[in-house]
Design a protein around this ligand. Structure first.
Ligand code: ADP
Ligand code: ADP
Ligand code: MG
Ligand code: MG
Length: 540
Protein backbone atom coordinates (compact mmCIF):
# COMPACT_ATOMS: atom_id res chain seq x y z
CA UNK A 1 0.00 0.00 0.00
CA UNK A 2 1.00 3.66 0.01
CA UNK A 3 3.76 4.93 -2.21
CA UNK A 4 5.25 1.45 -2.46
CA UNK A 5 8.59 2.42 -1.03
CA UNK A 6 7.95 2.37 2.65
CA UNK A 7 6.03 0.02 4.86
CA UNK A 8 3.80 2.73 6.22
CA UNK A 9 0.11 3.11 5.45
CA UNK A 10 0.52 6.77 4.58
CA UNK A 11 -0.29 7.27 0.88
CA UNK A 12 2.09 10.19 0.56
CA UNK A 13 5.07 8.20 1.80
CA UNK A 14 5.31 10.30 4.91
CA UNK A 15 7.06 9.51 8.17
CA UNK A 16 8.32 5.99 7.59
CA UNK A 17 12.05 5.57 7.36
CA UNK A 18 13.20 4.21 4.05
CA UNK A 19 16.80 3.27 4.74
CA UNK A 20 17.35 2.27 8.33
CA UNK A 21 20.54 2.80 10.23
CA UNK A 22 21.95 -0.62 11.04
CA UNK A 23 22.84 -0.23 14.69
CA UNK A 24 19.57 -0.18 16.55
CA UNK A 25 20.75 -2.24 19.45
CA UNK A 26 20.95 -0.58 22.80
CA UNK A 27 17.76 1.32 23.49
CA UNK A 28 17.73 4.12 26.04
CA UNK A 29 14.24 3.19 27.09
CA UNK A 30 11.59 0.65 26.30
CA UNK A 31 8.10 0.85 27.77
CA UNK A 32 7.47 -2.91 27.72
CA UNK A 33 7.32 -6.06 25.66
CA UNK A 34 6.33 -5.07 22.08
CA UNK A 35 6.16 -1.46 23.21
CA UNK A 36 7.74 1.72 22.02
CA UNK A 37 11.55 1.91 22.14
CA UNK A 38 13.68 5.04 22.20
CA UNK A 39 17.20 4.71 20.83
CA UNK A 40 19.02 7.91 21.55
CA UNK A 41 18.84 11.31 23.19
CA UNK A 42 19.55 14.82 21.95
CA UNK A 43 22.64 16.83 22.75
CA UNK A 44 22.07 19.77 25.08
CA UNK A 45 24.02 23.00 24.70
CA UNK A 46 24.51 25.54 27.40
CA UNK A 47 23.27 28.99 26.46
CA UNK A 48 21.33 27.64 23.49
CA UNK A 49 17.87 26.44 22.52
CA UNK A 50 17.84 22.96 21.05
CA UNK A 51 14.69 22.20 19.06
CA UNK A 52 13.16 18.77 18.59
CA UNK A 53 11.23 18.09 15.42
CA UNK A 54 9.38 14.91 14.65
CA UNK A 55 6.03 13.20 14.15
CA UNK A 56 3.59 12.35 16.92
CA UNK A 57 4.26 9.07 18.72
CA UNK A 58 8.00 9.05 17.97
CA UNK A 59 9.23 9.60 21.54
CA UNK A 60 9.60 13.36 21.87
CA UNK A 61 7.77 13.70 25.19
CA UNK A 62 9.52 10.57 26.44
CA UNK A 63 12.85 12.32 25.87
CA UNK A 64 11.85 15.32 27.97
CA UNK A 65 10.55 13.09 30.73
CA UNK A 66 13.93 11.33 30.80
CA UNK A 67 16.01 14.51 30.68
CA UNK A 68 13.94 16.16 33.40
CA UNK A 69 14.42 13.16 35.68
CA UNK A 70 10.72 12.21 35.77
CA UNK A 71 11.36 8.94 33.96
CA UNK A 72 14.49 6.98 34.77
CA UNK A 73 15.50 5.24 31.53
CA UNK A 74 15.58 1.43 31.74
CA UNK A 75 18.02 0.80 28.87
CA UNK A 76 15.54 -1.68 27.43
CA UNK A 77 15.25 -3.79 30.59
CA UNK A 78 11.61 -3.05 31.12
CA UNK A 79 11.03 -5.93 33.54
CA UNK A 80 13.64 -4.81 36.08
CA UNK A 81 12.08 -3.01 38.98
CA UNK A 82 15.04 -0.95 40.11
CA UNK A 83 17.04 1.15 37.75
CA UNK A 84 20.69 1.48 38.42
CA UNK A 85 22.17 4.92 37.80
CA UNK A 86 25.67 3.40 37.42
CA UNK A 87 24.51 1.42 34.43
CA UNK A 88 22.83 4.42 32.92
CA UNK A 89 25.94 6.51 33.40
CA UNK A 90 28.03 3.73 31.84
CA UNK A 91 25.63 3.54 28.89
CA UNK A 92 26.38 7.15 27.99
CA UNK A 93 30.15 6.81 28.39
CA UNK A 94 32.01 9.04 25.99
CA UNK A 95 29.05 11.37 25.43
CA UNK A 96 28.18 14.62 27.12
CA UNK A 97 25.15 12.89 28.54
CA UNK A 98 27.34 10.87 30.91
CA UNK A 99 28.09 13.91 33.05
CA UNK A 100 24.49 15.02 32.70
CA UNK A 101 23.12 11.82 34.21
CA UNK A 102 25.80 11.85 36.94
CA UNK A 103 24.66 15.31 37.92
CA UNK A 104 20.99 14.46 37.59
CA UNK A 105 21.34 11.34 39.76
CA UNK A 106 23.20 13.34 42.43
CA UNK A 107 20.66 16.18 42.36
CA UNK A 108 23.46 18.52 41.34
CA UNK A 109 21.38 20.12 38.63
CA UNK A 110 17.90 21.52 38.59
CA UNK A 111 15.50 20.94 35.73
CA UNK A 112 12.14 22.50 34.87
CA UNK A 113 9.67 20.83 32.53
CA UNK A 114 6.63 22.46 30.92
CA UNK A 115 4.60 19.46 29.97
CA UNK A 116 2.59 19.04 26.79
CA UNK A 117 -0.73 18.67 28.60
CA UNK A 118 -1.40 22.18 29.88
CA UNK A 119 -5.12 21.43 30.02
CA UNK A 120 -4.31 19.12 32.97
CA UNK A 121 -2.92 22.03 34.99
CA UNK A 122 -6.23 22.76 36.80
CA UNK A 123 -6.16 19.20 38.18
CA UNK A 124 -2.86 19.84 39.93
CA UNK A 125 -2.97 23.47 40.98
CA UNK A 126 -5.74 25.40 42.66
CA UNK A 127 -6.25 29.05 43.37
CA UNK A 128 -5.58 32.07 41.23
CA UNK A 129 -2.81 32.82 38.76
CA UNK A 130 -1.15 35.46 40.90
CA UNK A 131 -0.76 33.12 43.88
CA UNK A 132 0.63 30.35 41.72
CA UNK A 133 3.13 32.46 39.80
CA UNK A 134 4.33 34.77 42.56
CA UNK A 135 5.11 31.68 44.64
CA UNK A 136 7.38 30.39 41.88
CA UNK A 137 9.33 33.58 41.28
CA UNK A 138 12.89 32.43 42.08
CA UNK A 139 14.79 34.74 39.73
CA UNK A 140 12.91 37.95 40.55
CA UNK A 141 11.66 38.59 37.02
CA UNK A 142 7.96 38.27 37.75
CA UNK A 143 6.94 41.63 36.28
CA UNK A 144 8.95 41.11 33.12
CA UNK A 145 7.55 37.62 32.43
CA UNK A 146 3.96 38.68 33.18
CA UNK A 147 4.42 41.57 30.80
CA UNK A 148 6.12 39.55 28.04
CA UNK A 149 3.38 36.91 28.11
CA UNK A 150 0.54 39.46 28.52
CA UNK A 151 -0.73 37.84 31.69
CA UNK A 152 -1.58 41.00 33.61
CA UNK A 153 -5.31 40.73 32.90
CA UNK A 154 -5.59 37.14 34.09
CA UNK A 155 -3.61 37.41 37.35
CA UNK A 156 -6.71 37.46 39.53
CA UNK A 157 -8.45 34.62 37.68
CA UNK A 158 -8.87 31.13 39.05
CA UNK A 159 -6.72 28.54 37.26
CA UNK A 160 -9.80 26.42 36.67
CA UNK A 161 -11.47 29.19 34.64
CA UNK A 162 -8.62 29.79 32.19
CA UNK A 163 -8.87 29.14 28.44
CA UNK A 164 -6.36 26.85 26.69
CA UNK A 165 -4.21 29.77 25.53
CA UNK A 166 -4.19 31.32 29.01
CA UNK A 167 -3.21 28.00 30.62
CA UNK A 168 -0.39 27.65 28.11
CA UNK A 169 0.99 31.10 28.91
CA UNK A 170 0.68 30.50 32.66
CA UNK A 171 2.55 27.20 32.28
CA UNK A 172 5.32 28.85 30.25
CA UNK A 173 5.55 31.66 32.80
CA UNK A 174 5.73 29.13 35.65
CA UNK A 175 8.74 27.49 33.99
CA UNK A 176 10.52 30.75 33.17
CA UNK A 177 10.14 32.14 36.69
CA UNK A 178 12.02 29.27 38.25
CA UNK A 179 15.76 29.25 38.66
CA UNK A 180 16.96 26.05 37.03
CA UNK A 181 19.90 24.91 34.91
CA UNK A 182 17.90 23.07 32.26
CA UNK A 183 14.54 24.13 30.87
CA UNK A 184 12.36 21.74 28.89
CA UNK A 185 9.32 22.91 26.92
CA UNK A 186 6.94 20.39 25.36
CA UNK A 187 4.85 22.02 22.59
CA UNK A 188 4.68 25.56 24.02
CA UNK A 189 2.63 27.12 21.19
CA UNK A 190 -0.53 24.97 21.28
CA UNK A 191 -3.62 27.21 21.74
CA UNK A 192 -1.61 30.40 21.13
CA UNK A 193 -2.13 32.94 18.35
CA UNK A 194 0.77 34.22 16.26
CA UNK A 195 1.66 37.15 18.47
CA UNK A 196 1.45 34.99 21.61
CA UNK A 197 3.64 32.39 19.87
CA UNK A 198 6.29 35.02 19.22
CA UNK A 199 6.08 36.19 22.83
CA UNK A 200 6.66 32.60 23.93
CA UNK A 201 9.61 32.45 21.54
CA UNK A 202 11.02 35.57 23.20
CA UNK A 203 10.85 34.37 26.80
CA UNK A 204 12.28 30.98 25.84
CA UNK A 205 15.14 32.61 23.91
CA UNK A 206 15.81 34.96 26.85
CA UNK A 207 16.51 31.90 29.02
CA UNK A 208 19.17 30.69 26.61
CA UNK A 209 20.62 34.15 26.27
CA UNK A 210 21.03 34.32 30.03
CA UNK A 211 23.16 31.17 29.78
CA UNK A 212 20.60 28.45 30.51
CA UNK A 213 20.24 25.21 28.54
CA UNK A 214 16.88 24.85 26.82
CA UNK A 215 15.22 22.06 24.83
CA UNK A 216 11.92 22.63 23.01
CA UNK A 217 9.55 20.31 21.17
CA UNK A 218 7.56 22.22 18.55
CA UNK A 219 5.43 21.54 15.43
CA UNK A 220 4.97 25.16 14.35
CA UNK A 221 7.95 25.48 12.02
CA UNK A 222 8.06 29.29 12.05
CA UNK A 223 8.18 29.31 15.87
CA UNK A 224 10.65 26.43 16.06
CA UNK A 225 12.87 28.23 13.57
CA UNK A 226 12.72 31.53 15.43
CA UNK A 227 13.45 30.05 18.84
CA UNK A 228 16.09 27.39 18.22
CA UNK A 229 19.84 27.49 17.65
CA UNK A 230 20.04 23.79 16.80
CA UNK A 231 17.60 21.03 15.99
CA UNK A 232 17.44 17.28 16.24
CA UNK A 233 15.06 15.47 13.89
CA UNK A 234 13.35 12.38 15.26
CA UNK A 235 12.63 9.51 12.94
CA UNK A 236 11.59 5.88 13.17
CA UNK A 237 8.09 4.50 13.33
CA UNK A 238 5.32 6.25 15.23
CA UNK A 239 4.35 4.02 18.17
CA UNK A 240 7.19 1.61 17.33
CA UNK A 241 10.56 3.18 17.84
CA UNK A 242 12.30 6.55 17.71
CA UNK A 243 15.84 7.58 16.81
CA UNK A 244 17.31 11.03 17.38
CA UNK A 245 19.36 12.47 14.52
CA UNK A 246 22.64 14.25 15.09
CA UNK A 247 22.52 17.89 16.08
CA UNK A 248 22.07 20.26 13.15
CA UNK A 249 22.02 24.00 12.81
CA UNK A 250 18.41 25.19 12.92
CA UNK A 251 18.20 26.24 9.28
CA UNK A 252 19.92 23.16 7.92
CA UNK A 253 17.91 20.86 10.18
CA UNK A 254 14.50 22.27 9.29
CA UNK A 255 15.43 22.31 5.61
CA UNK A 256 16.51 18.67 5.81
CA UNK A 257 13.15 17.87 7.35
CA UNK A 258 11.34 19.75 4.57
CA UNK A 259 13.44 18.03 1.92
CA UNK A 260 12.73 14.67 3.56
CA UNK A 261 16.35 13.55 3.71
CA UNK A 262 18.90 13.53 6.55
CA UNK A 263 22.26 13.60 4.83
CA UNK A 264 24.58 12.74 7.72
CA UNK A 265 22.40 9.82 8.74
CA UNK A 266 21.64 8.81 5.14
CA UNK A 267 18.00 8.44 6.12
CA UNK A 268 15.04 9.36 3.97
CA UNK A 269 12.05 10.37 6.10
CA UNK A 270 9.68 11.29 3.26
CA UNK A 271 9.49 10.40 -0.41
CA UNK A 272 9.14 13.98 -1.65
CA UNK A 273 10.16 17.39 -0.41
CA UNK A 274 7.46 19.74 0.87
CA UNK A 275 7.11 22.41 -1.78
CA UNK A 276 6.31 26.02 -1.02
CA UNK A 277 5.19 28.16 -3.89
CA UNK A 278 6.16 31.77 -4.20
CA UNK A 279 3.16 33.69 -5.38
CA UNK A 280 4.39 36.79 -7.12
CA UNK A 281 2.58 39.94 -6.06
CA UNK A 282 0.26 40.18 -9.04
CA UNK A 283 -3.20 41.65 -9.26
CA UNK A 284 -5.79 39.34 -7.81
CA UNK A 285 -7.43 37.07 -10.35
CA UNK A 286 -11.22 36.95 -10.14
CA UNK A 287 -12.57 33.44 -9.81
CA UNK A 288 -16.04 32.08 -10.34
CA UNK A 289 -18.14 33.07 -7.32
CA UNK A 290 -19.33 30.22 -5.13
CA UNK A 291 -20.73 32.27 -2.28
CA UNK A 292 -20.79 35.86 -1.11
CA UNK A 293 -21.82 37.71 2.00
CA UNK A 294 -22.69 41.32 2.78
CA UNK A 295 -21.07 43.37 5.55
CA UNK A 296 -21.77 41.45 8.73
CA UNK A 297 -22.13 42.72 12.30
CA UNK A 298 -22.50 40.83 15.52
CA UNK A 299 -22.62 42.11 19.09
CA UNK A 300 -22.10 40.13 22.25
CA UNK A 301 -22.14 41.76 25.64
CA UNK A 302 -18.78 43.54 25.63
CA UNK A 303 -17.63 42.39 22.21
CA UNK A 304 -18.56 43.60 18.75
CA UNK A 305 -17.57 42.18 15.38
CA UNK A 306 -17.71 43.91 12.01
CA UNK A 307 -16.79 41.99 8.85
CA UNK A 308 -16.38 43.51 5.42
CA UNK A 309 -18.57 41.77 2.82
CA UNK A 310 -16.71 39.39 0.51
CA UNK A 311 -16.78 36.59 -2.02
CA UNK A 312 -15.54 33.05 -1.99
CA UNK A 313 -14.65 31.45 -5.31
CA UNK A 314 -14.93 27.89 -6.50
CA UNK A 315 -11.84 25.69 -6.06
CA UNK A 316 -10.07 27.98 -3.63
CA UNK A 317 -8.80 27.77 -0.08
CA UNK A 318 -9.21 30.97 1.92
CA UNK A 319 -7.36 31.18 5.23
CA UNK A 320 -8.31 33.48 8.10
CA UNK A 321 -5.96 34.61 10.84
CA UNK A 322 -5.69 37.09 13.70
CA UNK A 323 -5.41 37.24 17.50
CA UNK A 324 -7.32 35.05 19.90
CA UNK A 325 -10.60 36.66 20.99
CA UNK A 326 -10.97 38.74 17.83
CA UNK A 327 -14.08 37.05 16.34
CA UNK A 328 -12.76 34.39 13.96
CA UNK A 329 -14.86 31.59 15.42
CA UNK A 330 -17.91 33.87 15.55
CA UNK A 331 -17.52 34.67 11.84
CA UNK A 332 -17.09 30.98 10.96
CA UNK A 333 -20.23 30.14 12.92
CA UNK A 334 -22.23 32.85 11.16
CA UNK A 335 -21.07 31.49 7.80
CA UNK A 336 -22.00 27.97 8.88
CA UNK A 337 -25.34 29.20 10.28
CA UNK A 338 -24.48 28.09 13.80
CA UNK A 339 -24.83 31.71 14.92
CA UNK A 340 -27.05 34.52 13.63
CA UNK A 341 -25.66 37.85 12.48
CA UNK A 342 -27.30 41.02 13.89
CA UNK A 343 -26.80 42.78 10.57
CA UNK A 344 -25.95 41.29 7.17
CA UNK A 345 -26.35 37.92 5.57
CA UNK A 346 -24.85 35.27 3.35
CA UNK A 347 -26.26 35.87 -0.15
CA UNK A 348 -25.93 32.55 -1.86
CA UNK A 349 -27.23 29.58 0.05
CA UNK A 350 -24.67 26.85 -0.28
CA UNK A 351 -24.22 23.53 1.46
CA UNK A 352 -21.72 23.95 4.32
CA UNK A 353 -19.64 21.40 6.24
CA UNK A 354 -18.21 22.80 9.47
CA UNK A 355 -15.54 21.66 11.90
CA UNK A 356 -15.62 23.68 15.09
CA UNK A 357 -12.59 24.76 17.11
CA UNK A 358 -13.31 22.61 20.15
CA UNK A 359 -13.64 18.88 19.64
CA UNK A 360 -16.25 17.11 21.66
CA UNK A 361 -15.40 13.54 22.60
CA UNK A 362 -18.54 12.61 24.54
CA UNK A 363 -19.73 10.26 21.82
CA UNK A 364 -20.46 6.81 23.29
CA UNK A 365 -18.74 4.26 21.11
CA UNK A 366 -15.82 3.56 18.84
CA UNK A 367 -14.33 5.55 15.99
CA UNK A 368 -16.02 3.10 13.64
CA UNK A 369 -19.42 3.77 15.26
CA UNK A 370 -18.75 7.49 14.99
CA UNK A 371 -17.96 7.21 11.29
CA UNK A 372 -21.09 5.12 10.69
CA UNK A 373 -23.12 7.87 12.34
CA UNK A 374 -21.51 10.99 10.92
CA UNK A 375 -19.68 10.12 7.69
CA UNK A 376 -22.32 9.47 5.04
CA UNK A 377 -19.89 7.82 2.64
CA UNK A 378 -18.19 5.58 5.22
CA UNK A 379 -17.68 2.14 3.72
CA UNK A 380 -17.30 3.32 0.13
CA UNK A 381 -14.05 2.78 -1.73
CA UNK A 382 -13.68 6.49 -2.32
CA UNK A 383 -13.96 7.18 1.40
CA UNK A 384 -11.34 4.57 2.05
CA UNK A 385 -8.80 5.90 -0.42
CA UNK A 386 -9.50 9.63 -0.20
CA UNK A 387 -10.16 10.04 3.52
CA UNK A 388 -9.49 7.01 5.71
CA UNK A 389 -5.99 6.54 4.33
CA UNK A 390 -4.56 10.04 4.32
CA UNK A 391 -5.78 10.61 7.87
CA UNK A 392 -4.51 7.16 8.97
CA UNK A 393 -7.84 6.37 10.57
CA UNK A 394 -7.76 2.62 9.95
CA UNK A 395 -5.56 2.09 12.98
CA UNK A 396 -8.07 3.98 15.17
CA UNK A 397 -11.32 2.26 14.12
CA UNK A 398 -11.67 0.04 17.17
CA UNK A 399 -10.65 2.66 19.72
CA UNK A 400 -13.26 4.39 21.85
CA UNK A 401 -13.67 8.04 20.98
CA UNK A 402 -12.98 8.89 24.63
CA UNK A 403 -9.51 7.33 24.44
CA UNK A 404 -8.28 9.32 21.45
CA UNK A 405 -5.40 11.79 21.80
CA UNK A 406 -5.90 15.40 20.70
CA UNK A 407 -4.22 14.74 17.37
CA UNK A 408 -6.25 11.59 16.73
CA UNK A 409 -9.51 13.39 17.50
CA UNK A 410 -8.53 16.27 15.21
CA UNK A 411 -7.78 13.91 12.30
CA UNK A 412 -11.12 12.19 12.81
CA UNK A 413 -13.11 15.44 12.87
CA UNK A 414 -11.38 16.92 9.82
CA UNK A 415 -12.00 13.63 7.99
CA UNK A 416 -15.68 13.54 8.93
CA UNK A 417 -16.15 17.14 7.78
CA UNK A 418 -14.57 16.34 4.43
CA UNK A 419 -16.72 13.26 4.01
CA UNK A 420 -19.92 15.23 3.53
CA UNK A 421 -20.73 16.48 0.09
CA UNK A 422 -20.65 20.25 0.61
CA UNK A 423 -19.92 23.40 -1.39
CA UNK A 424 -18.03 25.19 1.35
CA UNK A 425 -15.88 23.46 3.98
CA UNK A 426 -15.18 25.54 7.08
CA UNK A 427 -12.37 24.44 9.41
CA UNK A 428 -11.73 26.27 12.68
CA UNK A 429 -8.10 25.61 13.72
CA UNK A 430 -7.62 22.20 12.08
CA UNK A 431 -3.87 21.96 12.79
CA UNK A 432 -4.16 22.04 16.60
CA UNK A 433 -2.39 18.95 18.03
CA UNK A 434 -1.23 17.73 14.62
CA UNK A 435 2.44 17.19 13.80
CA UNK A 436 4.08 18.79 10.76
CA UNK A 437 3.39 15.83 8.48
CA UNK A 438 -0.22 15.55 9.56
CA UNK A 439 -0.72 19.28 8.98
CA UNK A 440 0.57 19.01 5.44
CA UNK A 441 -1.40 15.87 4.71
CA UNK A 442 -4.55 17.56 6.02
CA UNK A 443 -3.82 20.56 3.78
CA UNK A 444 -3.27 18.42 0.70
CA UNK A 445 -6.34 16.29 1.37
CA UNK A 446 -8.55 19.35 1.85
CA UNK A 447 -7.18 20.76 -1.42
CA UNK A 448 -7.83 17.53 -3.30
CA UNK A 449 -11.40 17.16 -2.11
CA UNK A 450 -12.25 20.84 -2.61
CA UNK A 451 -11.03 20.66 -6.20
CA UNK A 452 -12.66 17.36 -7.01
CA UNK A 453 -16.03 18.73 -5.84
CA UNK A 454 -15.61 22.17 -7.35
CA UNK A 455 -16.11 23.48 -3.81
CA UNK A 456 -14.12 25.84 -1.55
CA UNK A 457 -12.68 25.90 1.97
CA UNK A 458 -12.30 28.54 4.66
CA UNK A 459 -9.59 27.66 7.19
CA UNK A 460 -8.86 29.53 10.40
CA UNK A 461 -5.32 28.85 11.64
CA UNK A 462 -2.28 30.24 13.48
CA UNK A 463 0.55 28.30 11.81
CA UNK A 464 2.17 30.67 9.29
CA UNK A 465 4.07 27.93 7.45
CA UNK A 466 0.84 25.93 7.05
CA UNK A 467 -1.07 29.06 5.98
CA UNK A 468 1.60 29.84 3.41
CA UNK A 469 1.47 26.28 2.13
CA UNK A 470 -2.29 26.08 1.55
CA UNK A 471 -3.70 29.58 1.00
CA UNK A 472 -5.04 30.82 -2.30
CA UNK A 473 -6.39 33.93 -0.61
CA UNK A 474 -6.73 35.13 2.95
CA UNK A 475 -8.67 37.35 5.32
CA UNK A 476 -7.31 39.18 8.36
CA UNK A 477 -9.01 39.76 11.69
CA UNK A 478 -7.76 42.79 13.62
CA UNK A 479 -8.91 45.08 16.45
CA UNK A 480 -8.88 44.76 20.24
CA UNK A 481 -9.07 41.15 21.43
CA UNK A 482 -12.11 40.62 23.66
CA UNK A 483 -13.53 44.06 22.81
CA UNK A 484 -13.92 44.61 19.11
CA UNK A 485 -12.99 42.69 16.01
CA UNK A 486 -12.87 43.62 12.34
CA UNK A 487 -12.40 41.33 9.38
CA UNK A 488 -11.22 42.24 5.89
CA UNK A 489 -12.77 40.58 2.87
CA UNK A 490 -10.72 37.74 1.36
CA UNK A 491 -7.82 39.19 -0.65
CA UNK A 492 -4.57 37.90 -2.07
CA UNK A 493 -2.26 36.41 0.54
CA UNK A 494 0.38 39.11 0.28
CA UNK A 495 -2.04 41.94 1.05
CA UNK A 496 -3.55 40.01 3.96
CA UNK A 497 -0.20 38.99 5.44
CA UNK A 498 1.18 42.47 5.03
CA UNK A 499 -1.67 43.96 7.04
CA UNK A 500 -1.49 41.24 9.67
CA UNK A 501 2.28 41.42 10.14
CA UNK A 502 2.38 45.20 10.15
CA UNK A 503 0.13 45.20 13.23
CA UNK A 504 2.42 42.66 14.86
CA UNK A 505 5.55 44.60 13.79
CA UNK A 506 7.23 41.49 12.40
CA UNK A 507 8.54 40.66 8.96
CA UNK A 508 9.04 37.37 7.15
CA UNK A 509 11.52 36.43 4.44
CA UNK A 510 11.74 33.23 2.44
CA UNK A 511 14.43 30.65 2.90
CA UNK A 512 16.54 30.66 -0.24
CA UNK A 513 16.68 26.90 -0.55
CA UNK A 514 13.24 25.59 0.46
CA UNK A 515 11.22 28.83 0.03
CA UNK A 516 9.64 28.32 3.46
CA UNK A 517 8.73 31.51 5.35
CA UNK A 518 11.12 32.54 8.13
CA UNK A 519 10.71 35.26 10.77
CA UNK A 520 13.28 38.04 10.50
CA UNK A 521 15.15 38.90 13.65
CA UNK A 522 13.66 42.06 15.13
CA UNK A 523 15.58 45.15 14.00
CA UNK A 524 17.92 43.13 11.78
CA UNK A 525 18.98 44.63 8.47
CA UNK A 526 16.28 42.74 6.53
CA UNK A 527 13.63 43.57 9.12
CA UNK A 528 14.33 47.29 8.83
CA UNK A 529 14.62 47.17 5.04
CA UNK A 530 11.33 45.29 4.60
CA UNK A 531 9.53 47.58 7.01
CA UNK A 532 10.83 50.63 5.19
CA UNK A 533 9.52 49.32 1.86
CA UNK A 534 6.25 48.08 3.40
CA UNK A 535 6.97 44.47 2.47
CA UNK A 536 6.28 42.57 5.66
CA UNK A 537 5.94 39.30 3.81
CA UNK A 538 7.09 37.67 0.65
CA UNK A 539 10.44 38.60 -0.63
CA UNK A 540 12.72 36.95 -3.14
P1 ADP B 1 5.56 12.05 21.10
O1 ADP B 1 5.77 13.03 22.20
O2 ADP B 1 6.66 12.05 20.08
O3 ADP B 1 4.22 12.14 20.47
P2 ADP B 1 5.67 10.08 23.26
O4 ADP B 1 7.06 10.17 23.79
O5 ADP B 1 4.59 10.69 24.04
O6 ADP B 1 5.65 10.57 21.74
O7 ADP B 1 5.30 8.55 23.07
C1 ADP B 1 6.05 7.67 22.22
C2 ADP B 1 5.40 6.32 22.21
O8 ADP B 1 5.49 5.72 23.50
C3 ADP B 1 3.92 6.35 21.86
O9 ADP B 1 3.62 5.24 21.03
C4 ADP B 1 3.24 6.20 23.21
O10 ADP B 1 1.99 5.58 23.06
C5 ADP B 1 4.22 5.34 23.97
N1 ADP B 1 4.15 5.60 25.41
C6 ADP B 1 4.25 6.81 25.99
N2 ADP B 1 4.16 6.70 27.34
C7 ADP B 1 3.98 5.38 27.59
C8 ADP B 1 3.83 4.62 28.79
N3 ADP B 1 3.84 5.20 30.01
N4 ADP B 1 3.66 3.29 28.66
C9 ADP B 1 3.64 2.69 27.46
N5 ADP B 1 3.80 3.34 26.29
C10 ADP B 1 3.97 4.67 26.36
P1 ADP C 1 -11.57 33.95 18.16
O1 ADP C 1 -12.11 32.74 17.46
O2 ADP C 1 -10.97 34.97 17.22
O3 ADP C 1 -10.62 33.61 19.27
P2 ADP C 1 -14.30 34.28 19.14
O4 ADP C 1 -15.14 34.53 17.93
O5 ADP C 1 -14.35 32.93 19.73
O6 ADP C 1 -12.79 34.73 18.84
O7 ADP C 1 -14.70 35.30 20.28
C1 ADP C 1 -14.62 36.71 20.12
C2 ADP C 1 -15.13 37.39 21.39
O8 ADP C 1 -16.53 37.18 21.50
C3 ADP C 1 -14.49 36.87 22.66
O9 ADP C 1 -14.28 37.95 23.54
C4 ADP C 1 -15.54 35.93 23.21
O10 ADP C 1 -15.46 35.84 24.61
C5 ADP C 1 -16.83 36.59 22.75
N1 ADP C 1 -17.91 35.62 22.53
C6 ADP C 1 -17.89 34.60 21.65
N2 ADP C 1 -19.05 33.92 21.68
C7 ADP C 1 -19.81 34.51 22.62
C8 ADP C 1 -21.13 34.27 23.14
N3 ADP C 1 -21.89 33.28 22.66
N4 ADP C 1 -21.58 35.10 24.10
C9 ADP C 1 -20.84 36.13 24.55
N5 ADP C 1 -19.60 36.40 24.11
C10 ADP C 1 -19.09 35.61 23.17
MG1 MG D 1 4.51 14.52 22.89
MG1 MG E 1 -11.65 30.78 17.73
Amino acid sequence: SGCGICTNRCPFGAISVINLPEALDNPVHRYGQNSFELFSLPTIREGAVTGILGPNGIGKSTILRILSGELIPNLGNFDEETKNWDEIIKHFKGSELQQYFKNLSNNDIKTVHKSQMVDQLPKFVKGNVNNLLSGLDEIGNFDEIINDLSLKNVLEREIKNLSGGELQRVAIAAACLRDADFYYFDEPTSWLDVSQRLNAVKVIRDLAESGKSVVVIEHDLASLDAMSDYVHVLYGEAGGYGVVSGMKGVRVGINAYINGFLKEENVRIRKNPIEFSIRPPTAEAEGETLSSYTDIEKDFKGFSLKCEGGKIYHDEIVTAFGSNGIGKTTFAKILAEKEKADIGKVDEKVEIAYKGQYLDNDFEGSVQDFLYTYAPSYGSNIFKSEILKPFSLEELLDKDLKDLSGGELQRLFVAVTLSSDADLYVFDEPTAFLDVEQRLIAGRTIRKIVESRNAAALIIDHDIVFIDYISDRAMVFYGEPGLEGHATKPTDLETAMNKFLKDLKITFRRDKETKRPRVNKFDSYLDREQKASNQYYYLK
